[in-house]
Design a protein around this ligand. Structure first.
Ligand code: NAD
Length: 504
């Protein structure tokens, strides 16, 4: 199939992506480093990112600092803040088509998927507005003669860093959890995907968010990201991205004693138990690895199948994988679009060689999708690994690349699932309630999904064990991270005071 070299522009695409500081686009320095912004389906350069250097990051942090230290946002009554957050929700919803177009143009994600993600972004603002409006304090009267009360206050300026695999959904999560409690922030989207996030932040301002509350800096992690997380003017770091980057960020933030919340990578097990409804398990296994173009932290990328059902299950999986509709992500019928950028396609393809060298069996795919003369398309790929110690079982590949393993007993399946440096989520397809309870108890993962694909319950904590993260998002957990506790103590009657220097 020929892919078009120029994509029809249904909405305005800015020629350049610069920083957005205090609600105004920055004028980049004449010698600002420029990076092409590429549509992964056609390889067309659709815009240029102007990288923010340390001075521009400093201006953004100062703007966020001013908005926090003396601006209206942290001082607004909770209802007034909620009104603005609700207007943000409504504005995002009414711009779904535009945001979805930009998201698709930037990340190459299928249109059907990105529309859902814009809905999710809008919901994030609504949800955390509600959480913030129900914050409670504590009082203590146990100390004789004194009243002590405990209040929650916004923590300050957040440095928020987002990845490219679901730019709007993940950036909105970081921003909503931060600003709903009265904090301000500087957001750095991935250098691969600045466009949709910038437009989203413009829309925040159209919805009435005061300038300086959300500022955006664009650029590579090694320049803009480093300057942001090591800036002394920030109070906390919220990061979603790769595990190695998370470790570097935590080390940089640690030098200034800034707390971090980190949502990192995964290599999640998807256990197919013989008692499962295998038709549903098949749908779940395919969606678990091939949705979002295979680029999702939550992917069920290690599929563990019981030997008694393995042959039939794997054969049906392969047959369906071969029928997945690959194509133009703007086409609502497309199920699998291109990978996000050229280097990532090369990286994922590299794992096909790794699998071969490790003696894995290539079940399907393993090459650039035929028929596409442009774009970073990869066929849905699946391999049968020799054992769980192999690299294709231990490393996050982050593409449409499923790795199968066969097990004989539940003990073995649980041991294999847990034998991983990661612990983000786990899936179990099962019809036996005892197995459900054992899996829930013994799997070392932040979330266990039983007989379902990924479902995000915003009220519940979400985050990873082991190298999949530090901290949790969610109602209670986000309050704990993004607010400070303050204890105030006051006498309720005359209490003796020491009277130094008052003696005769
Ligand atoms: P990445 O770690 O390469 O980059 C993420 C962000 O960090 C980008 O904005 C990048 O510019 C920035 N960055 C890189 N180095 C930095 C540094 N030293 N200092 C400051 N910022 C820096 O990740 P990615 O490739 O964009 O995203 C894919 C990864 O994200 C995968 O590992 C995936 O599993 C993970 N992820 C996790 C979750 C989750 O909720 N757990 C969600 C989505 C993605």
């Amino acid at each position: 199939m020929m892919t078009p070299t120029r994509t029809p522009r249904r909405f305005t695409v800015p020629d350049r992506a610069t920083s957005l500081i205090n609600g105004v686009y920055a004028t980049p320095a004449a010698d600002a480093f420029g990076l092409p912004v590429v549509y992964p389906a056609t390889e067309e350069v659709v815009s240029t990112l102007c990288e923010a250097d340390a001075a521009e990051v400093d201006a953004a942090v100062r703007a966020a600092r001013r908005a926090f230290d003396s601006g209206p946002w942290p001082r607004l009554g909770v209802d007034a803040r909620k009104d603005i957050l609700y207007r943000i929700r409504d504005t995002l919803r009414s711009h779904t088509e535009e945001l979805a177009f930009l998201e698709c143009l930037n990340a190459g994600l299928p249109m059907v998927r990105v529309r859902e993600q814009i809905g999710r972004a809008a919901r994030n603002f609504e949800f955390f507005a509600e959480v913030a409006s129900t914050l409670k304090g504590e009082t203590y009267t146990g100390l004789e003669g004194y009243l002590t009360f405990v209040t929650r206050e916004p923590k300050g300026v957040g440095a928020l860093i987002a990845p490219w695999n679901a730019p709007i959904a993940l950036a909105s999560m970081r921003v909503a959890t931060c600003i709903a409690f009265g904090n301000t922030c500087v957001l750095k989207p991935s250098e691969y995907t600045p466009l949709s996030v910038l437009r989203m932040v413009e829309l925040f301002h159209e919805a009435g968010l005061p300038p300086g509350v959300v500022n955006v800096v664009n650029g590579r992690g090694s320049v803009t990201g480093v300057a942001l997380v090591s800036h002394p003017g920030i109070d906390m770091v919220g990061f979603t991205g790769g595990t190695r980057t998370g470790a570097a960020i935590m080390a940089a933030a640690g030098r200034n004693l800034k707390p971090c919340i980190l949502e990192l990578g995964g290599k999640s097990a998807n256990i197919i138990h013989p008692s499962a409804d295998l038709d549903r398990a098949l749908d779940g296994a395919l969606a678990g690895i091939y949705s979002n173009n295979g680029q999702q932290c939550l992917a069920g990328s290690r599929i563990l199948v019981h030997r008694s059902v393995a042959d039939g299950f794997i054969a049906r999986f392969v047959e369906r994988a071969r029928r997945i509709r690959i194509g133009d992500p703007m086409d609502p019928a497309t199920e699998l679009g291109p990978l996000a950028f050229a280097g990532h396609l090369e990286r994922v393809l590299g794992y096909v060689d790794v699998a071969r060298q490790e003696g894995a069996t290539l079940l399907t795919g393993g090459r650039r999708a035929p028929g596409f003369d442009r774009g970073f398309y990869l066929e849905p790929t699946a391999v049968l690994a020799r054992d769980n110690a192999s690299r294709v079982c231990q490393e996050e590949i982050f593409g449409p690349f499923a790795t199968f393993l066969v097990y004989d007993s539940l003990d073995e399946a649980i041991a294999m699932a847990n034998d991983s440096p990661f612990g983000l989520v786990a899936y179990v397809w099962v019809g036996d309630v005892d197995v459900v309870m054992r899996a829930s108890r013994e799997l070392r993962a932040g979330t266990v999904w039983v007989n379902t694909t990924m479902v995000r319950e915003l009220r519940a904590p979400f985050g990873g064990y082991k190298q999949s993260g530090v901290g949790r998002d969610g109602a209670t957990s986000s309050v704990e991270f993004f607010t400070e506790l303050k204890t105030t103590t006051i006498p309720v009657g005359p209490v003796p005071l020491p009277r130094l220097g008052a003696g005769s």
